[in-house]
Design a protein. Structure first.
Ligand code: GDP
Ligand code: GDP
Length: 436
């Protein structure tokens, strides 16, 4: 699973600036998580051979008052889920009492803390660090988030203990089979669905104390096919105190998505698609994972409303139109049986190798049916194609002026490949290479 880092610090030290810098390579998936705090954001970043998640914890006050208390709890929860903390301070204003207070609270967590002195662009690193050494923290970095200075060496040091990222979900092992993550907002029916899929006894067996905060891998078998359910703590076991918060742990969901072959995204038919659902789907799309969509609580809809709901959801889900949509009732079991069939199909599509000769045939037929547009009077030439990866399938096209190939034409090609090679349930990516 990808390492996750929480950015903490008092207001105005530059947390969101640093967050933006650290996630700039993938800024398309930066998403607000309105259920958590006003400002808290989760984003994915990439430096060198490492991918990682960053959480901006929003304003973290040194002395929580009643109004801020909830935000503070959220921040602490984010910290508990992280593999490291970037504790940001302001080098220009120097050490403050609030910084000291935060440092004191951070020490309660048994995770690496990196003291990051920001706004240091015109300051002498040795001088500015001397003052902050009073905090007694070992890893001290000076950066300027606004000027993108010191970021690489900060992240190299932060990421050093972690192995380089690999597409670890791509391989399927005999014991684990197809790894499935079930994700969705609180109360859409994830636990009910998990219980349906696994059977009641199974859930009890695996519901061990002490696993509250960890993802659990639950193997099961259906019709000779092995699966592993990547269950997030929020689904299967709930702490009493922070129930609503713990139920929807974005980071846990993101990590489960990352580790899965196939994601089942659960929506509530009665509530339709909310912003939060759209954000989560955006993350799934970026991850490149195969996807099945389960519209749950279908039993609760008046039969006369169903067509309308189907139509509206279909429109809103158009951006993930590669995914099969299933209308289910986790409570009564209807439609649940077909979900695993869709999972199999999606996994097969994500994973199956495509013959190069056939691929070239299909490409050239597609060009013949509908040639690419001219660029400044010259045709774009697509010469040949091969598969460059799985999970999701990547097709590499070599040609001339391919960078000018319009999105609409790329979509046309993707749709053609999807149809001809029956690639339902997985996103498809194109990589365009100019030969000259
Ligand atoms: P947050 O409240 O901790 O999220 O802080 P922001 O990211 O919103 O930054 C607060 C202010 O500090 C903004 O005006 C930023 O432009 C400024 N700022 C952030 N990083 C730097 C930096 O490296 N140098 C300087 N001089 N200003 C910075
Ligand atoms: P989670 O927070 O996503 O794990 O959701 P739960 O599985 O705890 O379900 C939330 C509520 O929705 C519970 O009261 C369930 O009984 C109810 N629920 C779950 N699935 C269905 C369904 O298919 N139909 C109906 N009518 N209610 C359901």
């Amino acid at each position: 699973m990808l390492p996750t880092f929480a950015i903490v610090g008092r207001p105005n030290v530059g947390k969101s600036t640093l967050f933006n810098v650290l996630t700039k390579t993938r800024n398309a998936i930066v998403a607000n998580e309105p259920s958590l705090t006003r400002d808290r954001q989760v984003g994915r970043g990439h430096i060198g051979t490492h991918d990682y998640w960053v959480i901006d914890t929003g304003g973290l006050e040194g002395e929580p008052d009643a109004m801020n208390e909830l935000i503070t709890q959220h921040a602490w929860l984010a910290i508990q889920e992280a593999q490291g903390v970037l504790f940001l301070v302001d080098g220009r204003s120097g050490l403050t009492a609030v910084d000291e207070n935060i440092a004191g609270q951070l020490r309660r967590f048994n995770i690496p803390i990196h003291l990051v002195i920001n706004k240091a662009e015109n300051l002498l690193p040795e001088l500015v660090s001397a003052e902050f050494q009073l905090l007694g923290l070992e890893n001290i970095h000076t950066i300027s988030a606004a000027h993108r200075w010191g970021i690489d060496s900060l992240m190299e040091s932060v990421l050093a203990p972690f192995p380089p990222s690999s597409n670890e979900a791509a391989d399927i092992s005999a014991e684990e089979g197809i790894k499935i993550a079930i994700v969705g907002r609180p109360n859409v029916g994830k636990s009910t669905l998990v219980n349906r899929l696994l059977g009641y006894e199974r859930v009890i067996t695996f519901d061990q104390p002490g696993t509250t905060r960890d993802s659990i891998f639950v193997p099961f078998e259906r019709e000779g096919q092995r699966y592993t359910l990547i269950d997030t703590a929020g689904v299967r076991r709930r702490a009493k105190v922070f129930e609503t918060i713990e139920k929807f742990s974005v980071i846990k969901a993101l990590q489960a998505i990352e580790a899965a072959h196939v994601v089942i995204m659960v929506l509530d038919a009665q509530e339709g698609m909310t912003d939060q659902d759209a954000h989560l789907l955006g993350h799934i799309l970026t991850s490149g994972r195969a996807l099945v969509i389960a519209i749950n609580k279908w039993d609760g809809l008046e039969p006369s409303h169903r067509e309308q709901v189907r139509y509206h959801l279909g429109r809103k889900l158009h951006f993930v139109n590669f995914a099969q949509i299933h209308y289910i009732s986790a409570l009564h079991g209807s439609g649940v049986g077909q979900l695993l069939g869709a999972v199999n199909t999606a996994w097969q599509a994500a994973h199956q190798p495509i013959n190069t000769a056939q691929l070239n045939q299909v490409l050239h037929q597609a060009i013949k049916n509908h040639p690419p547009p001219l660029v400044r009077g010259r045709p774009i030439k697509l010469r040949y194609i091969h598969q460059g990866g799985h999970h999701p399938p990547v097709f590499v096209i070599h040609g001339n002026q391919v960078n000018a190939l319009p999105d609409s034409y790329q979509r046309y090609l993707i749709n053609t490949f999807r149809e001809v090679f029956a690639l339902a349930g997985t996103p498809i990516r194109l990589e365009l290479k100019s030969g000259t």
